[in-house]
Ligand binder design. Structure first.
Ligand SMILES: [Zn+2]
Length: 115
């Protein structure tokens, strides 16, 4: 393996996994609250979560990062990332469906019994 290219690693605030920065989703804590920063360019204190692990979007796991804003952040992550995971699901009537189904199919070989 070539050692010439340095890959920055970051740690997910929820599961504490260390992953290449570009595999993680950046969140910036602003004075108005946590903001999801897909471009990674917002100034401010950044934190990272796994965009492909719904358990990392849970309010409980985000509380360490966002405190009282954790619920808000959790919802924002779910809204953003579930939508990305299910691009052809129509919005609006999602109640009663299992949103994990498509995400699992998509995750496929990423499942290593890590639940
Ligand atoms: Zn994670």
């Amino acid at each position: 393996m070539p050692a010439s290219k340095h890959i920055p690693f970051r740690q997910c605030v929820a599961c504490r996994a260390r992953r290449p920065k570009r595999e993680l989703l950046r969140i910036v804590l602003t004075q108005a609250g946590p903001v999801i920063d897909p471009t990674g360019r917002r100034p401010g204190r950044g934190a990272y979560v796994c965009p492909d692990r719904p358990e990392c979007w849970a309010e409980k796991k985000l509380r360490r990062l966002a405190g009282a804003r954790a619920a808000e952040l959790s919802l924002a992550l779910q809204a953003l990332l579930k939508d990305l995971a299910n691009p052809d699901h129509s919005k609006g009537g999602a109640h009663g469906q299992d949103p994990n189904l498509s995400a699992r199919q998509r995750a496929g070989d990423e499942q290593r019994g890590a639940t």
